[in-house]
Ligand binder design. Structure first.
Ligand SMILES: Nc1ncnc2c1ncn2[C@@H]1O[C@H](COP(=O)(O)OP(=O)(O)OP(=O)(O)O)[C@@H](O)[C@H]1O
Ligand SMILES: [Mg+2]
Length: 505
């Protein structure tokens, strides 16, 4: 049977770097193929070529046996290839239905029948078992909601191939399971799915076959039924499984709290209640984790702790600054006092894609020595810091002065972490710090958080991954059902107790 999509000898270079090197890959109707590989292996580049965003330098792509050369994403979509990119491409100020219709060639200019379009969006969503309000502004949705919009958008045309680039990186397990239920339905309908992931659970849950990329080349191809986890890890990283990072929770930290949250209430941008009754303290030398199903106030809490917002009620004290006083509750004042922040949404809040690596480093340090002196920014020290980070974190980059957008997602994340740890913070806000990282780098970053704890940093960790929380946290605060629960001592609680608070009403 002719595969729906066939790549033969497909190659893509960026300058001297060969991102994808002579790739052969078939996708058959009703088949789910997982594409695995470490950060920078070339996975998103494959997606970009299949979705018409990038032309290959060599090789051919054929759809239904006919060679194609896409001049842009619209042509790939017209050929039946829908894509949910690693980084979403939505307009936050537009509603769900406006985003879905954006660029649809069946929409005659100026004649957008919103009502009909909304009905179609609802039909697609409910057919897939997804809850989605067509008239919600996309900017008000959490990442899982935005992903639902991307999926509906990708499927709103007659799509026979769906490309999913790290769809589960942003999802908690129950949301991931909902996504796989959608994948199962598509598969039953004969859609071919290419699933990119760093999570082996995803591979064994959803994929029929798995292809492992390393440095742009295929390292292995297996039927999922015939392969085990250790083999996949070895093929991905080229060596044995990294040593487990868990060292177990500590004795309770006893130093004076550096963060105090008292009776805080959090509201979403649209004014609705995210969570109330949140109280906790964080002390030097502990990891306090915030658990919860995405969208239960984690984002709002971190924004308040980072000085980007003030809580609707209650107050936060951090490193001697207070959220209920009129001045100085700003990210800069908090940073000066010793706060560092790894934001959840890298592209929106952590990097400027068009800026170079050193300039991105300066985003957090432009006011402190050695990066600034007498009010002047100094790029030399920033370049030196970037060089050190590239070495320490094994960052794959086209160059020290590259635009950061030219790096793969995981490699950008490594640089954000390096930047935030630069000034030996007293309080570290780490929101989904391992999101999008490969297995080896995840272990490395978890090790960094434990090292920060040893150094005496108060680490506040938000993670959608309960396993990660379990491995790292000393205490766990749960956000669920509109309020805060705990914090619970990790040694005296159970996953069941935490899970029950997560889904409490
Ligand atoms: N537009 C670009 N310009 C220059 N180099 C690029 C560009 N896009 C990708 N690269 C390089 O190509 C390589 C592969 O990147 P790609 O984004 O495909 O990796 P990936 O496997 O998706 O990684 P991740 O798991 O981190 O998302 C990387 O080294 C990256 O720096
Ligand atoms: Mg990628």
């Amino acid at each position: 049977m002719t595969p729906v999509v066939r790549l033969a000898g497909v190659t893509r270079r960026f300058g001297s770097l060969t991102a994808v090197d002579g790739l052969d890959l078939d996708l058959a109707a009703g088949e789910v193929v997982a594409l695995l590989g470490e950060n920078g292996a070339g996975k998103s580049t494959v997606v970009n070529m299949l979705s018409g965003a990038l032309p290959p330098d060599a090789g051919t792509i054929a759809v239904d046996g006919r060679p194609v050369a896409f001049a842009g994403p619209a042509q790939a979509l017209a050929a039946g290839i829908g894509t949910v990119h690693q980084h979403y491409m939505l307009v936050p100020a537009f509603t769900v239905v406006e985003n879905v219709m954006l660029g649809d060639p069946r929409t005659p200019r100026g004649l957008l029948d919103l009502r009909a379009a909304a009905a179609r969006v609802e039909a697609i969503a409910s057919d897939l078992g997804l809850a989605l309000d067509p008239f919600a502004p996309v900017g008000s949705l959490d990442v899982a909601g935005q992903q639902r919009v991307e999926i509906v958008k990708a499927l709103s045309r007659d799509v026979r191939v769906l490309l999913l680039d790290e769809p589960t990186a942003v999802l908690a397990r129950p949301d991931a399971e909902r996504l796989f239920a959608v994948v199962d339905r598509l598969k039953a309908r004969g859609t071919a799915v290419l699933l990119i992931t760093h999570k082996l659970d995803d591979v064994f849950r959803a994929a029929d076959r798995v292809v492992i990329l390393r440095r742009g080349r295929v390292e292995g191809r297996h039927r999922t039924a015939d392969v085990d986890r250790d083999t996949l890890v070895r093929l991905m990283v080229g060596e044995a499984m990294p040593a487990p990072t868990a060292e177990g929770p500590h004795e309770a930290a006893t130093g004076a709290p550096v963060v105090r949250v008292e009776g805080v209430e959090l509201r979403r941008a649209n004014g609705s209640l995210a969570a109330a009754e949140i109280s906790f303290e964080a002390r030097p030398g502990e990891i306090l984790a915030i658990a919860g199903v995405e969208g239960n106030g984690q984002g709002e809490l971190i924004r308040c702790l980072a000085g980007l917002e003030r809580p609707a009620r209650g107050r936060i004290e951090c490193l001697g600054l207070r959220s209920d006083l009129p001045h100085r509750w700003t990210p800069r004042a908090l940073r000066r006092a010793g706060l560092a922040h790894v934001p959840e949404d890298r592209r929106r809040d952590a990097v400027v894609g068009s800026a170079t690596l050193p300039d991105n480093h300066l985003l957090s340090h432009s006011f402190r020595r050695p990066f600034a002196r007498s009010g002047l920014i100094r790029r030399g020290p920033a370049l030196a810091a970037v060089r050190a980070a590239i070495g320490r974190f094994a960052v794959r980059t086209p160059g020290e002065r590259a635009r950061i957008a030219a790096l793969s997602g995981g490699n950008q994340q490594k640089l954000v972490l390096a930047r935030e740890l630069e000034a030996a913070p007293k309080v570290l806000l780490a929101a989904q710090p391992t999101r999008g990282l490969d297995i080896q780098t995840t272990a490395f970053v978890r090790g960094l958080l434990l090292e920060e704890r040893r150094r005496g940093t108060a680490v506040i960790l938000v993670s959608a991954d309960l396993g990660e929380i379990w491995d790292l946290a000393d205490r766990i605060l749960v956000l669920g059902g509109g309020r805060g629960h705990g914090p619970f001592d990790r040694r005296r609680t159970t996953r069941e107790e935490i899970g029950a608070h997560m889904v409490s009403r």
